[in-house]
Design a protein around this ligand. Sequence first.
Ligand SMILES: Cc1cc2nc3c(=O)[nH]c(=O)nc-3n(C[C@H](O)[C@H](O)[C@H](O)COP(=O)(O)OP(=O)(O)OC[C@H]3O[C@@H](n4cnc5c(N)ncnc54)[C@H](O)[C@@H]3O)c2cc1C
Ligand code: SF4
Ligand code: SF4
Length: 381
Amino acid sequence: MNSQTGKVMVVGGGIAGLTAAWELARQNIGVELVEKSCFLGGHSIGYTCKATDMCQKCGACSVEKMLKDVVGEPLINVHLRTEVDALDRSKGYRVTLKKSAQDQAAGKVLKGFSRHNSPLYVVGENVTEAVPEGAMKIQEMGSECALDVDAVILATGFTPFDASIKGTYGYGKWENVITGLEFEHIERENAGIVRPSDGLPPKRVAFIQCVGSRDERLGHLWCSEVCCAYGLRMAGTIRHQDPEAEVSVFYIDVQNVGKEFPVFYERIKENVRFVRTIPVDIYPVENDCLKLRHMAEDQGTPTFEEFDLVVLSIGIMPGADSKLISETFGVPMTVDGFLDDSVGDGIFVAGTAAGPGTIAASMAKAGKAAFDAAKYVGGAK
Ligand SMILES: Cc1cc2nc3c(=O)[nH]c(=O)nc-3n(C[C@H](O)[C@H](O)[C@H](O)COP(=O)(O)OP(=O)(O)OC[C@H]3O[C@@H](n4cnc5c(N)ncnc54)[C@H](O)[C@@H]3O)c2cc1C
Ligand code: SF4
Ligand code: SF4
């Protein structure tokens, strides 16, 4: 094997960071992978497989696959529960690391896995249970040291929209109003969707699209790009679980993502009712059910409908650390608050840190960032 060509620090161990690390290692470049939480895989490692009688192309299994590829790769050093404290550019890139304040609770959602998901290869509360012995080269949890590297890739991801900001939907007040992210976790833990209030499968489910995105009042004008597809896939899994269940999707319009989406959309339309309006508010009614008030497009008067479960399709917001990362690494931010990925000079941005995108899009951006970083340190083949 050739000797190692340079070293790159990858900040963030979600699918974008993992992909970048893996692509760099394949170019024989050493990687210091710094992850703030106590597990690798980011948001999408907690997603469930949405296969019905066929694969729904959600991409969740590509995260597990990439994690397994990264595990055991000798050129990748993993620093869990660690974040960057400072960057000194006077001699290349000297990065000081510190222990992050994140506790281990984040690992909890990763314990369950649905009938289609393989066991998780992630580090949660119990490292020895989650990772086969000796399979992953992990530095001590919470590294505190200074490392000299030749380039940096920032893959610090996104923050899911905080649905409690949309006060009229009662998120956080009514138990059976959940977010898309909670849907993922509930389905993963229970191998099917159940209501939080009583653990029973819901018969009448509403999805509300564009929650937190395309919202002028919040100043979030961007489309989050992923929630049409994930919302409709979830709708499909409910109908697959219970063909008698009634599923309604309240939407503005449908974002066409990827070449397979039109076929999927045509299929889902046969099983799901689409209502072209965004509900105004949600009230609790008997049996922990919920009443939605909306103005249907073709009606001038308000319409009230009852549901057992309401799923808010929350969008992708800038990462919680965007501002800090921007200041530490001297990377400008876009008007929306994401990191500008056109910086260059040895610093590259990958995945949703640069703006909304699917797992596949995040992997593609990470591949490009790794290629550019490899070229920068002189290792690109
Ligand atoms: C509800 C929901 C459902 C979705 N469903 C799908 C789907 O079915 N299919 C699909 O293709 N896409 C889906 N997406 C989009 C998908 O989640 C993203 O494309 C993907 O997670 C982006 O990966 P990432 O690595 O860029 O970011 P993240 O997953 O956010 O990972 C970022 C990582 O960086 C770490 N980090 C953050 N700050 C720091 C720091 N300062 N120092 C060190 N580490 C840090 C975080 O802890 C995290 O591990 C969905 C999104 C949402 C909100
Ligand atoms: S995780 Fe998603 S992409 Fe993978 S098999 Fe299941 S439905 Fe298909
Ligand atoms: S992807 Fe769909 S639900 Fe999400 S913000 Fe765009 S239009 Fe709205």
